[in-house]
Design a protein around this ligand. Structure first.
Ligand SMILES: [Zn+2]
Length: 124
């Protein structure tokens, strides 16, 4: 169970409507599902695929790698892994004390709307 299984609780946490919350939660659940699928290595069947990089400061190269068998692949094929759905800015800012949040984001409702629009654009 995650917070995204409970849109009502989520709405209460971040201060949005239930309708907004349902959109957000269903997108994050979908992303998590897709990410779980994309973690499966096509070569050995392990579920540990992760995104690695060469650590260069500029022109950093990224790829997908399996820690089990060493399989590597083009990171562009792994949209859901790239999206890093585990960071939810709405939840991050949403649980802050309101004065603190207002210093970060002046228009909270506008921010929610933009995040929803962004989430709906993510095609996975
Ligand atoms: Zn593998």
């Amino acid at each position: 169970m995650s917070i995204y299984d409970n849109p009502k609780e989520y709405a209460g946490k971040i201060g949005c409507t239930l309708e907004q919350s349902e959109k957000i939660c269903s997108r994050y659940l979908k992303l998590a599902q897709e990410e779980a699928k994309q973690r499966i290595c096509p070569k050995c069947g392990g579920d540990g695929l992760f995104i690695d990089n060469d650590g260069a400061d500029y022109s950093c190269e990224y790829w997908v790698e399996c820690p089990n068998c060493g399989f590597t692949d083009d990171v562009e094929k792994y949209q859901a892994l790239q999206l890093g759905h585990d960071f939810d800015p709405l939840l991050y800012f949403g649980v802050m004390p309101i004065e603190e949040r207002n210093r970060e984001i002046s228009d909270w409702q506008g921010f929610i709307e933009r995040e929803i629009a962004d989430l709906e654009k993510k095609d996975v």
